[in-house]
Write a protein that binds this ligand. Structure first.
Ligand code: PFF
Length: 397
């Protein structure tokens, strides 16, 4: 089966697919709320240093391992004879399977907001309690999760190149342009400059070990490291492609978009909601952006376009998460693409539905005192990914 692996037709094919995987909710939703929470400029500074050093080295390592072995992480570890590190191969394969269900939950939130913009009821989204009421609803978050998960499933079932390359080629530049526009507008709003200073000037009195842990988890998440993604994409990459150059372009793009998302959201938090909202966590983007759009002429339209682009960015990342899980299942269990995709969608719904209801009817389930979404986020980002990245680093030396 390995011989039939898809190949990217060109270097740009790899860049677009890897960037499509990297740029997603991690950049637009997760990075700004972590930066807001963990000291603004201090977090930004720590993140950039980590991404340029550890992040780059790991990106190159994973892609190279995938390209060299032409295989999924489990087999790649086996081929390289790393018996003691076998767990690394398994972790790389299991992590995306644990992330994709909760990724689809947040993707579902984006679908819901887009739907409200499309039907012209964006006004209600500016109410402070709208988001918390929505995620506490007993049905709505699960419904939207299913919508997003099924969309992802449909694209995956159609195959790698068709699905991923084409969509991201057109939409990524539009997302950048609109993010720049919204950032400039936000920065011209009274009160925003204080937020800008908070975001870009490091204040090392705010530095703590938590800053490093959060920035490191975000780096893995945002660059799609430690999850078998780049093993899989590396294995699709032709040997003639200049890998390091391609990867540095992906990394620069990913970091710039995260920076832009922070620039769009954090000063706006100061201008529209007040500093107290900095700790809003997972809800930050959803409570801040509708207020920005509401104050804009044509805000209903711009808000709709914004959530549509976020949806596509989220979709290309979810596709890559599901795609690499499907590839692993096919190769490990010798099953067809259809069967593997079916197994994945069942798993995504079985885990995703309880997670989506974890702010309402299932709010009583609090492993380690966290909501289900935070728990899955914590276990994958802060526990499993560092171990899997360490295994990859050890495999290389
Ligand atoms: N990197 C993606 C993002 O920033 O949204 C999320 C992601 C995609 C994480 C693929 C992990 C992954 F394997």
């Amino acid at each position: 089966m390995e011989k039939k692996r898809t190949q990217f037709s060109s270097k740009i094919g790899f860049i677009l697919a890897a960037a499509g995987s990297a740029v997603g909710l991690g950049n637009i939703w997760r990075f700004p709320y972590l930066a807001a929470k963990y000291g603004g400029g201090t977090f930004l500074f720590t993140y950039v240093i980590l991404a340029l050093t550890v992040g780059f080295a790991l990106l190159v390592s994973e892609t190279a391992l995938g390209r060299k072995t032409g295989n999924n992480p489990i087999k790649a570890y086996k081929i390289l004879g790393a018996k003691k590190l076998k767990i690394g191969g398994w972790l790389n394969s299991i992590i995306p399977m644990l992330i994709v269900p909760y990724y689809c939950v947040v993707g579902g939130w984006v679908c819901k907001y887009l739907f409200e913009y499309l039907r012209g009821s964006s006004q209600i989204l500016t109410q402070d309690t709208y988001f918390s009421n929505f995620i506490a609803n007993p049905i709505s978050p699960a419904f939207w999760l299913v919508v997003f998960a099924v969309l992802t499933f449909i694209v995956v079932i159609k195959g790698v190149e068709k699905g991923i390359e084409k969509v991201s080629k057109i939409l990524m530049p539009i997302l950048v342009v609109i993010a720049i526009f919204i950032s400039i507008y936000g920065l011209m709003t009274p009160g925003a400059i204080e937020g800008l200073k908070y975001y870009i000037i490091p204040d090392f009195s705010k530095f703590s070990i938590m800053t490093v842990i959060a920035a490191m988890g975000q780096m893995f998440y945002s660059l799609s490291i430690g999850m078998g993604i780049l093993f899989t994409y590396g294995s699709y990459m032709k040997k003639v492609v200049d890998m390091e150059k391609a990867i540095s372009q992906v990394e620069i793009m990913d970091t710039l978009i995260a920076f832009l998302a922070g620039l769009m959201i954090i000063p706006a938090v100061f201008a529209f909601s007040g500093k107290d909202s900095l700790n809003a966590g997972a809800s930050l983007m959803f409570i801040t952006m509708p207020k920005v759009f509401n104050s804009l002429q044509l805000g209903g339209f711009i808000g709709g376009v914004f959530f549509l682009l976020v949806l596509f960015a989220a979709l290309t990342s979810a596709i890559s998460l599901m795609e690499c899980s499907v590839a692993t299942l096919m190769e490990q269990f010798h099953i067809s693409r259809k069967k593997a995709a079916l197994a994945m969608i069942i798993e995504m719904l079985a885990l995703g539905i309880p997670i989506s209801l974890g702010y309402g009817v299932l709010g009583w389930i609090q492993p380690l005192g966290m909501t289900l979404l935070d728990f899955f986020d914590f276990v994958t980002n802060s526990c499993m990914m560092p171990i899997s990245a360490l295994c990859t680093a050890l495999l290389i030396i």
